[in-house]
Design a protein around this ligand. Structure first.
Ligand SMILES: Nc1ncnc2c1ncn2[C@@H]1O[C@H](COP(=O)(O)OP(=O)(O)OP(=O)(O)O)[C@@H](O)[C@H]1O
Ligand SMILES: [Mg+2]
Length: 252
């Protein structure tokens, strides 16, 4: 049997408090086991869409499905499972300043697996820090880390529960090209080896060309485009044309 989409939105409308909606009647499908990249100008609602996928913003209209189940109908245990399955790398890293790097990375384990024996937890944290190249910095506080180190620490935290799904908000923004490339390789490795699914917000065209299977582009509160990377690259839509043409210059 074919797997249901990872996420499927049917005419969803989402906004903050009493403000006008950020997007209206948005319909999209995000397949499992692939890297879907969300594109769009600053402020168009990319981070907001990730929040909606996580279930952090109630829908004003429409229906949102995760693996074929309507999220509006989730029970408490289903929400717990949702948060356990989905790792999130927030745009600003969102590390807690009073906790060490190791404690930050261990946080999801403490919340979701409170009875896990300590040495096992410590070895998982050490493995994740190694994976992102931060071994040896366990005791540092976030304030003592560079921007790139914070990003990688936040990624280690997002990976600590072995998530099936990773939502990454501008993972390589502010990183040097080599570190950014390492992050792309990590994403591809997790996808190919573990079958993990990714929804990644990024503006980096070279990274998109390396990692994306699908593109979902937003513009002024609506869906501009969804399709394969190749369809996106050859689209005649002015935004996508300009976006990928700019990337071709950067790659030279
Ligand atoms: N917590 C919030 N409360 C109210 N409005 C918000 C909140 N977060 C974002 N917005 C508004 O929602 C709109 C979309 O913001 P969002 O952060 O989703 O954009 P974005 O596409 O991720 O932008 P960027 O590329 O700059 O990160 C903006 O107009 C922003 O002001
Ligand atoms: Mg954003």
């Amino acid at each position: 049997m074919e797997k249901p989409p990872l996420f499927e939105g049917h005419n969803i409308t989402v906004g903050y408090r009493d403000s006008p909606p950020i997007f209206r009647d948005l319909s999209f499908s995000i397949p499992p086991g692939e890297v879907t990249v969300i594109l769009g100008r600053s402020g168009c609602g990319k981070s907001t869409l990730l929040k909606a996928l996580l279930g952090l913003l109630p829908l004003r209209k429409g229906r949102l499905f995760f693996q074929g189940e309507e999220m509006n109908r989730f029970t408490e245990p289903q929400w717990d499972a949702h948060y356990r399955r989905i790792g999130v790398l927030y745009q600003n890293g969102a590390l807690l300043n009073s906790l060490s790097l190791a404690e930050n990375v261990a946080l999801p384990l403490k919340i979701h697996s409170p009875h896990l024996p300590r040495p096992i937890g410590e070895s998982i944290v050490a493995a994740r820090l190694f994976q992102v190249g931060l071994q040896g910095s366990e005791e540092k506080l976030p304030g003592e880390l560079s921007g790139g180190m914070k990003k990688r620490a936040a990624l280690a935290r997002a990976l600590v529960l072995d998530p099936e799904v990773l939502l990454c908000d501008e993972p390589s923004a502010g990183l040097d090209p080599l570190t950014a490339r390492g992050l792309d390789d990590l994403i591809l490795d997790l996808k190919n080896r573990l079958g993990a699914s990714f929804v990644v917000v990024t503006h980096e065209v070279s990274s998109i060309r390396r990692i994306a299977d699908r593109i979902l582009a937003l513009e002024e509160g609506r869906l501009l485009f969804q399709g394969s990377l190749q369809e996106g690259e050859t689209s005649q839509h002015p935004f996508l044309k300009a976006f990928f043409a700019q990337g071709a210059q950067d790659d030279q």
